[in-house]
Write a protein that binds this ligand. Structure first.
Ligand code: DX5
Ligand code: ZN
Length: 218
């Protein structure tokens, strides 16, 4: 059976001890590190810029999954590449030439992904799927960690799984928002490949155990 991958979201880490928190999840078996970039425009919050990515890059070999919740990904993605990103995921809801941007990101040697907000239907990305390495399904409204998983989105995940499998697309499904052991199992059963989890891991008293529990669902 396929193994699910876990991507702790550093949005819920202790930013005064970021290096230590990253080290902890890396040792506990994290597969990727999820990095939430917010611009105060696409979402009502401001978080991490390329400078932080550059600094943490020196201390870990984890795959950097950079989730751009910003209005102008075409303008800023390269700064995140230079800073050490391994994947750039931007939103379907922004106005830019998405096929062109996906191609540029892939040609630069990085993985390229598209994220969709809860109310954005899968149909809106069908023609992008051949160009996408990662599709990130938001299971909360983007902007903040610690929100509750929206159960009504499970059919969206299983529907996408079916489309990807039927067309043999080389594309991972990642979910983001409200992932705990219970919702992780539901997502895994719906066909998810990568689970992002922030608050559940970092707010726990034993993050390493939580990470192991999440990994053991597959
Ligand atoms: C929300 C972010 C998420 C967030 C998930 O806009 O994209 O990555 O960190 O955090 P939890 O797991 O706490 O919902
Ligand atoms: Zn995210």
């Amino acid at each position: 059976m396929k193994k699910v991958m876990i991507a702790p979201s550093i949005l819920s880490a202790d930013f005064s001890n970021l290096r230590q928190d990253i080290d902890m999840v890396e040792k506990a078996g994290a597969d990727w590190l999820h990095i939430d970039v917010m611009d105060g425009h696409f979402v009502p919050n401001i978080t991490i810029g390329p400078l932080v990515v550059k600094n943490i890059r020196k201390h870990t070999k984890l795959f950097f999954d950079v989730h751009l919740m910003i209005t102008n990904p075409e303008k800023y993605w390269k700064s995140f590449k230079i800073a050490g990103a391994d994947a750039i995921v931007f939103h379907q809801e922004v106005a830019c030439d998405k096929v062109q941007l996906l191609k540029e990101i892939k040609e630069s040697g990085l993985k390229a992904g598209i994220s969709i907000k809860p109310k954005t239907p899968v149909e809106t990305i069908l023609e992008l799927l051949p160009f996408i390495d990662i599709i990130l399904i938001m299971t909360v409204e983007p902007g903040f960690g610690g929100q509750s998983f929206m159960d009504e989105l499970l059919p969206k995940i299983s529907g996408l799984r079916k489309i990807i499998d039927e067309n043999k697309y080389n594309c991972l499904i990642e979910v983001d928002g409200g992932i705990n052991l219970d919702t992780a199992k539901k997502c895994f059963n719906a066909g998810v490949d990568v689970l992002v989890s922030g608050n559940y891991i970092f707010a726990s008293e034993n993050p390493a155990k939580i990470l192991q529990d999440l990994k053991s669902i597959s």
